[in-house]
Design a protein around this ligand. Structure first.
Ligand code: GLA
Length: 409
């Protein structure tokens, strides 16, 4: 009760005193993260085993398997890369796993036309217990910029719970990053616990996690409800906060992990998801204009997973320059329909069978989906065919499956 009251007062104070008026006014579309960032992150598959050679192999794989051409750009080294600070308090990479330091690695990544991301925390220690950046924001921002870092994921483990402190600590690092003059994407990661969609952009964030860590399971049996379907259900009211330069982040893609990750298995049966469930997960994240950050070991990716992750029509929906996050327009009998406006007057519609059993679905465009405008044709992405735009969309969907349609002018 008392905690709730403090939380409410905290939000009001942030709005009244901390966020300057000009930060609340409409921002010009930022070129940094004008569309949701796409890339790969080390956490769920490699955790503390991440190294210079793995990062190089991942970069090589991105080029060789076509993922770079599909748009994946940022390679992000997550927690447990550092071994503390030197005598001048400069962060140092683990000398065994990163023997040449981060700058040389960044040069390699840049030579491949890719970008490098790194991780720190707004406290003295990260979630994994190594050095965080609290108290060293300016120094660490300068260090990251001097190494050629292009993206910072900034976590919130071991930091005070209140929103004012969170806002202040996040803004401090963002100001320090800006002061370096290097464009660095700033990913706020406080797991949606202080409604960051209301303040993260004003704190300098280009994306902000909206949930606890996503797990490699359709439905979790843990108290934090972190399965794909549970995290997806939590995103619905947030569409209004997403747009060019600032994105809701429902966490990284579990696609292709098939239970082989580590933290991603916490609270799950360890088996991962089915191919259909990964397809739906990817399609939903594209509809949500979510960052597309792959976690699986793409050096050994199956052609099936690769095909999904490089599906150019789904990626085009995600990367559409209008920058809209889909809204739910229909939700009945375990059938949910999402709609995302696209540039050029086109429309993406995703029909999703939330139940575990197959369903025959028939939806009237006008009556059920409120689509009145005539379109030339409709492209069904998973079925990979064009259909005539008439009054009804009729389809059979297996349990947990979805179909995505692009309505073309
Ligand atoms: C938190 C974050 C994860 C990951 C780990 C690393 O749990 O939410 O995405 O970065 O920390 O320790």
């Amino acid at each position: 009760m008392l905690f709730q009251l403090f939380k409410k007062i905290g939000f009001i104070l942030v709005w009244m005193f901390i966020i300057p008026i000009n930060a609340l006014q409409a921002q010009p579309a930022s070129t940094l993260c004008a569309t949701p960032p796409m890339g790969w992150n080390s956490w769920n598959f490699f955790e503390g085993k991440i190294s210079d050679s793995i990062i190089r192999q991942i970069a090589d794989a991105l080029l060789a398997n076509g993922m770079k051409d599909a748009g994946y750009e940022y390679i992000i080294i997550d927690d447990l890369w550092t071994n503390g600070r030197d005598k001048n308090n400069v962060l140092i990479a683990d000398p065994v796993r990163f023997p040449y330091g981060i700058k040389i690695l960044a040069d390699y990544i840049h030579s491949k036309g890719l970008k490098l991301g790194i991780y720190s925390d707004a406290a003295q220690h990260t979630c994994g217990g190594v050095s965080g950046s609290y108290g060293f924001e300016e120094l660490d921002a300068k260090t990251f910029a001097s190494w050629g870092i292009d993206y910072l994921k900034y976590d919130y483990c071991n930091a005070p719970e209140d929103v004012i402190t969170a806002f202040t600590r996040y803004k401090k690092m963002s100001d320090a990053l800006k002061a370096t003059g290097r464009p660095i994407v700033y990913a706020i990661c406080e797991w949606g616990q202080r409604k960051p969609w209301l303040w993260a952009k004003a704190a300098g964030g280009h994306l902000w996690r909206t949930t606890w860590d996503l797990r490699d399971t359709w439905q979790s049996n843990n108290k934090d409800l972190t399965g794909i379907i549970e995290i997806f259900n939590d995103q619905d009211s947030l569409a209004q906060y997403a747009g060019p330069g600032g994105w809701n982040d429902p966490d990284m893609l579990m696609v292709g992990l098939y239970g082989k990750g580590s933290s991603s298995n916490a609270g799950t049966n360890g088996k991962g998801c089915t191919k259909t469930e990964y397809e739906t997960h990817f399609a939903l994240w594209c509809m949500l204009a979510a960052p597309l950050i792959v976690n699986s070991d793409i050096r050994k990716i199956s052609s099936e997973t690769l095909q999904l992750l490089t599906n150019k029509d789904l990626i085009a929906i995600n990367q559409d320059k209008l920058g809209k996050q889909a809204n739910t327009i229909y939700n009945k009998d375990s059938v949910q329909v999402l709609m995302k406006n696209l540039s050029g007057g086109n429309l993406a519609i995703c029909i999703f069978n939330k139940s575990g059993t197959a369903k025959n679905i028939s939806l009237n465009l006008k009556k059920d989906l409120d689509v009145w405008k005539p379109y030339k044709y409709i492209q069904a992405i998973f079925k990979n065919k064009n259909i005539k735009a008439n009054n009804n969309l009729a389809l059979k969907l297996e349990g947990h499956a979805c179909e995505v349609y692009i309505f073309k002018n």
